[in-house]
Write a protein that binds this ligand. Structure first.
Ligand code: 5GP
Length: 189
């Protein structure tokens, strides 16, 4: 998606530890005109799928998922990150290693919102090692719902997540894939 690539080149900054900072338009301050184009593009790519729910993980996936859902006219569920272990029986739960926070979270989603009748599109801002997405896939599988695919805004192609998720047979659509990233230069696939 050229608009997104141009914006990353203009406003993104690379931080030590392979972190791309896009907080001026994507995951702190949010450019809603750009989000609308992102939502439209996800809709175009998954228009052939009978999506009934969009699932993301808090916090930075929520805005993108909500705008995308306006095109699919379906509800958004965001999986909640919880550091506690006192979970009750009405939750799907899985563990996610956070790339940015170097922590392991329990990620939970209420069973009443996801059933075997659902066809799910997963949405997230970044794909790095694939842990967040794998956690969401695990929840969809536990619910017995149909995973239609995953939409990612920025895939860091030099990390392993994209290959791992595609190898699982998941239809993964990334709006841009970064091939190389240093503090002075960034290239796209
Ligand atoms: P993964 O689980 O694929 O390793 O990492 C994905 C999650 O980590 C995303 O939900 C995102 O919030 C965060 N993340 C991974 N890499 C980056 C990055 O380069 N920049 C930012 N801002 N977040 C990232």
């Amino acid at each position: 998606m050229q608009l997104l690539k141009d914006r990353i080149m203009k406003d993104g900054t690379v931080r030590p530890g392979n972190i791309l900072k896009v907080d001026s338009f994507l995951n702190h301050q949010m450019d809603i005109d750009l989000f609308n184009e992102i939502g439209k593009e996800f809709y175009r790519r998954f228009a052939d799928c009978p999506i009934t729910k969009i699932i993301t993980v808090e916090a930075s996936g929520i805005g993108i998922a909500c705008i995308t859902a306006q095109y699919f006219h379906v509800p958004v569920i965001f999986a909640k990150k919880s550091l506690t272990l006192n979970l009750d029986g009405d939750l799907y739960t899985t563990k996610v290693d956070s790339f940015t926070h170097k922590k392991t979270y329990n990620v939970v989603l209420s069973k009443k919102f996801l059933t075997p009748e659902d066809h799910v599109l997963l949405i997230d801002d970044f794909l790095a090692n694939g842990c967040a997405l794998q956690g969401l896939i695990d929840i969809v599988q536990k619910a017995g719902a149909v995973l239609e695919g995953a939409g990612i805004v920025i895939e860091k192609g030099f990390q392993d997540g994209g290959r791992r998720i595609r190898d699982m047979g998941v239809r993964l659509e990334s709006l841009c894939i970064i091939d190389t990233m240093t503090e002075d230069a960034l290239t796209f696939r």
